[in-house]
Design a protein around this ligand. Sequence first.
Ligand SMILES: *[C@@H]1O[C@H](CO)[C@@H](O)[C@H](O)[C@H]1NC(C)=O
Ligand SMILES: *[C@@H]1O[C@H](CO)[C@@H](O)[C@H](O)[C@H]1NC(C)=O
Ligand SMILES: *[C@@H]1O[C@H](CO)[C@@H](O)[C@H](O)[C@H]1NC(C)=O
Ligand SMILES: *[C@@H]1O[C@H](CO)[C@@H](O)[C@H](O)[C@H]1NC(C)=O
Ligand SMILES: *[C@@H]1O[C@H](CO)[C@@H](O)[C@H](O)[C@H]1NC(C)=O
Ligand SMILES: *[C@@H]1O[C@H](CO)[C@@H](O)[C@H](O)[C@H]1NC(C)=O
Ligand SMILES: *[C@@H]1O[C@H](CO)[C@@H](O)[C@H](O)[C@H]1NC(C)=O
Length: 260
Amino acid sequence: MANILSFFVSISVTIFVPLCMAATSFNDDQSVLLEFKAHIASNPHNVWPYNWSSATGVCIWTGVSSGVSGRVMALNLPNMILHGDIPPPLGNLSFLLALNVSGNCFNGDLPSELAKLHGLELMDSSNNELSGEIPSWFGNLTELRHLSLFGNNFIGSEVADFMFNNITGSILSSIGNLTNLRELYLAATDIAGEIPWEVGNLLNLEVLDIGEMGLTGLIPPVIFNMFSLKMIHLANNSLFGSLPRDICLGLPALEWILFS
Ligand SMILES: *[C@@H]1O[C@H](CO)[C@@H](O)[C@H](O)[C@H]1NC(C)=O
Ligand SMILES: *[C@@H]1O[C@H](CO)[C@@H](O)[C@H](O)[C@H]1NC(C)=O
Ligand SMILES: *[C@@H]1O[C@H](CO)[C@@H](O)[C@H](O)[C@H]1NC(C)=O
Ligand SMILES: *[C@@H]1O[C@H](CO)[C@@H](O)[C@H](O)[C@H]1NC(C)=O
Ligand SMILES: *[C@@H]1O[C@H](CO)[C@@H](O)[C@H](O)[C@H]1NC(C)=O
Ligand SMILES: *[C@@H]1O[C@H](CO)[C@@H](O)[C@H](O)[C@H]1NC(C)=O
Ligand SMILES: *[C@@H]1O[C@H](CO)[C@@H](O)[C@H](O)[C@H]1NC(C)=O
């Protein structure tokens, strides 16, 4: 994904700068981003958004990548120690493929308007101060391949009903709907309960990071037959089960596993 992001960056800088101001919907994207900027309450390191200005096209703004259409395709703003919240209009960036705001101090809920980002493939909002329910609408983002939510203040007992049960705060079987998912990072969230067997439907999954979560019950044996899995982190839960003898056959891609 890093390659894809830098691809967008280099395209927008080298070829499409002349188109930068042209497209109409581009101006809508610009107003959405200016709205987002207005929700940044403080920026202690002053690294951003000093150059997000209506005087220039978004494609030369820090952290913004746009495509041929001039529409915003990636927002890459990690580790900038930004304080603020994520406003609903962000859901209007209908061409967005990647949103990385990890390592900031964004607080509040993830607004349900983000469910309109139908093409979103990557969402990394790890290590922020987001709270409230883990949104039910993740099930609408069917192109999602990478989802990182760890290191926030989502509360298990309040989480909604798509992947997580509202009452027990557990992972629900409907997680099996996200068949494009490649990387799932939930470690150290307050989600508990059992691991649903439907996790085995995620045939493209490469990273399953569900350590440090208070999970209980049997480790579904299907996990040991997920051909794409490269990394499994189950440590510090209260799980039981047994490792199959032929683990290398069932998990041919495995590079890293942590069970302690
Ligand atoms: C914003 O900053 C980035 C990196 O520092 C630079 O490449 C870009 O040209 C700047 N954009 C504007 C509009 O000044
Ligand atoms: C988000 O950005 C951080 C910092 O550059 C990086 O470490 C992380 O891998 C990115 N997330 C994704 C999903 O690419
Ligand atoms: C963005 O979407 C909101 C609804 O979430 C709408 O009220 C608003 O007018 C839209 N803004 C832009 C700039 O498209
Ligand atoms: C998710 O998709 C369903 C079906 O298309 C729709 O009814 C629902 O409103 C969407 N959820 C959100 C939060 O947009
Ligand atoms: C998951 O997929 C099933 C079957 O495709 C569908 O009936 C169900 O509504 C989906 N659940 C969610 C939460 O999207
Ligand atoms: C989940 O619980 C919260 C508070 O306990 C409640 O406001 C919300 O409506 C519930 N959501 C669902 C989907 O039941
Ligand atoms: C599990 O928790 C213990 C105690 O909190 C901690 O020392 C250890 O590093 C954790 N293990 C992993 C693999 O994170």
